[in-house]
Design a protein around this ligand. Structure first.
Ligand code: PEP
Length: 250
């Protein structure tokens, strides 16, 4: 397989107030000093920081994304944010179907598919998250669970927009534990096969991100695994210097 330009995406989750914008500024400086970074770099701050973060990122290659969007373009959905609102605030991407949303907000793969379709309709690139729980892995059903999530969480068509799927085993998120490299390679090959069967060339070009306790010390090994085309990074994306070490490992 030809090398796909990796995407290194940071997910700040529900962390950060104005002071955290300094991390955006620092990351911009680090990227500027480094010059030739052969990856796309994205930070997804909380919605309250989106607009200021995208202003701070201006003039650099750093892109800004949302962490979730509603499936509808507007309307009576108190507290929710639409895809076009994220775009308007300066986002280029949006994470959908993160396991914390699936668990905390009861999002099903059908919900996630509707959100991804809304993102595409608004002109955002969705990053669609999938991943098995520890019980599912121990029961030997990880392939089947992730296969079904991929099947039902992805819209019918992506048009010209790249397909991005993040494999995030739930038990590896924020725990410091990661699957073995063989297990990551196996799951990513499985997802690639499903995407190629369904989307053809677009499936071959799909970016398959790994997420779950990626940190500077394990990033290089994970990122050179076949069919791993980038990372979705939680905790280690909060500090620009840590995140930058992961970026240079790609
Ligand atoms: C995430 O939540 O997307 C994630 C991968 O978190 P962490 O890197 O902290 O495990």
């Amino acid at each position: 397989q030809e090398r796909l330009r990796p995407l290194i995406a940071g997910n700040w989750k529900m962390n950060g107030t104005s002071a955290a914008l300094e991390q955006i500024a620092r990351l911009k400086t680090l990227l500027g000093e480094a010059g030739n970074i052969d990856s796309d770099v994205l930070v997804c701050p909380p919605a309250t920081l989106l607009e200021r973060a995208s202003q701070r990122a201006q003039g650099s290659a750093l892109r800004i994304g949302g962490q979730d969007c509603h499936a509808n373009p507007s309307g009576a959905h108190t507290g929710d944010v639409s895809a076009s609102m994220l775009l308007d605030a300066g986002a280029s991407h949006v994470i959908v179907g993160h396991s914390e949303r699936r668990a905390d907000h009861g999002e099903t793969s059908e919900t996630v598919r509707a959100k991804a379709a809304a993102a595409l309709a608004a002109g955002l690139v969705p990053i669609i998250c999938v991943g098995e729980t520890e019980a599912e892995r121990l029961a030997g059903t990880a392939n089947q669970v992730v296969g079904e999530q991929v099947k039902f969480s992805l819209p019918e068509t992506f048009g010209e927009t790249p397909i991005i799927v993040a494999y995030e085993p739930v038990w590896a998120i924020g725990t410091g534990r990661t699957p073995t490299i063989d297990d990551i390679a196996q799951m990513h090959a499985h997802m690639r096969q499903l995407l190629v069967a369904r989307f053809g060339k677009a499936g071959e070009a799909a970016l398959l991100l790994y997420g779950g306790s990626v940190k500077p010390s394990n990033a290089e090994e994970i990122l050179r695994t076949p069919n791993v085309n980038g990372a979705l990074v939680g905790g280690a994306s909060l500090l620009a210097d840590d995140f930058f070490s992961i970026i240079v490992a790609a």
